[in-house]
Design a binder for this molecule. Structure first.
Ligand code: NAP
Length: 258
């Protein structure tokens, strides 16, 4: 399918690895020029070089922490953008009793206030042009809380509320905002969470992955490529009537009817 977005320009945050990279690759395959961001320069440049070589699109890199004001200013300086994919690292696991105010502020900054600030920066330009696409990478924890990820449960719920209201205020100008909710995907983040289980329970990594896979009806972890393809579709010309939705990609793991 031709996604109809060849020649558009996208900012994909936190995109040197994992789900962000999956989104960047799928957009590049559709002919979208990219601004990529991550803190680590080496992986960022390697990803940019691989994407340029494979898809022949223009790729600009901005190394920096997207959760900082300076990091956001640096990526926004490379605008304007037709497409925005927000993303950042997820908060650490723990128990509900572990966290104090500073932990919550950090999680809110990364997974709620940063995507909101980025949207506030790019939406006016998209609305003026009469076309824009925003996809926020959130989490399955928005639909069903993950016990050890209380910080994520909290911060992402706040972002979801903001998007629900805002998406309906900008849709009339040709701009859509939607959220993609990853369940377990085979990325460094999943490996880190599995590593915590290995440590806590004294089992092997293979056992941890096999146990977790058994809780997913699809019987496996998702891939960054599958995730990216869903993102690229939400950014396509065909998705203009999909507004303010929370799309779950979890292999059926969340046992709900709707
Ligand atoms: P990942 O494999 O660890 O990749 C994270 C990417 O983001 C890397 O490129 C990393 O590069 C970059 N990054 C992290 N923090 C950043 C920051 N502050 N500023 C700029 N770049 C940053 O993670 P992932 O699995 O793709 O997860 C992406 C998001 O989805 C996370 O918020 C995660 O919590 C959420 N999620 C993932 C899963 C899953 O199963 N994978 C499930 C539910 C939710 P640098 O470290 O070099 O900055």
């Amino acid at each position: 399918m031709d996604l109809g977005i060849r020649g558009k320009r996208a900012l994909v945050c936190a995109s040197s690895k994992g789900l962000g990279r999956g989104c960047a690759e799928a957009l590049a395959e559709a002919g979208v020029d990219l601004v990529l961001n991550a803190r680590g320069v080496e992986a960022l440049e390697a990803t940019a070089a691989a994407i340029r070589a494979r898809y022949q699109v223009d790729v600009v890199t901005v190394a920096g922490d997207i959760t900082s004001e300076a990091g956001r200013a640096a990526v926004l300086d490379k605008g304007p953008f037709d497409i925005l994919v927000t993303n950042a690292g997820g908060p650490p696991p723990g128990l509900w009793s572990d966290w104090g105010r500073e932990d919550f502020i950090k999680a809110l900054d990364a997974n709620m206030l940063t995507p909101i600030a980025l949207m506030q920066a790019v939406l006016p330009g998209m609305m003026a042009k009469g076309w824009g696409r925003v996809v926020n990478i959130t989490s399955v924890s928005v639909k069903a809380p993950v016990a050890v990820l209380g910080l994520s449960n909290s911060a992402r719920a706040g972002l979801t509320g903001f998007v629900a209201g805002t998406a309906r205020q900008v849709a009339g100008k040709g701009v859509t905002i939607n959220n993609l909710l990853p369940g377990i995907h085979a990325t460094d983040r999943a490996i880190a969470l599995d590593g915590a289980v290995v440590k806590a329970r004294g089992i092997s990594m293979e056992e941890a992955i096999s146990e977790r896979s058994a809780t997913i009806p699809a019987g496996r972890y998702g891939t960054a490529a599958e995730f990216g393809a869903a993102c690229a579709f939400l950014c396509s010309q065909h998705a203009g009537f999909i507004v303010g939705q929370n799309v779950l990609l979890d292999g059926g793991a969340t046992n709900t009817t709707l």
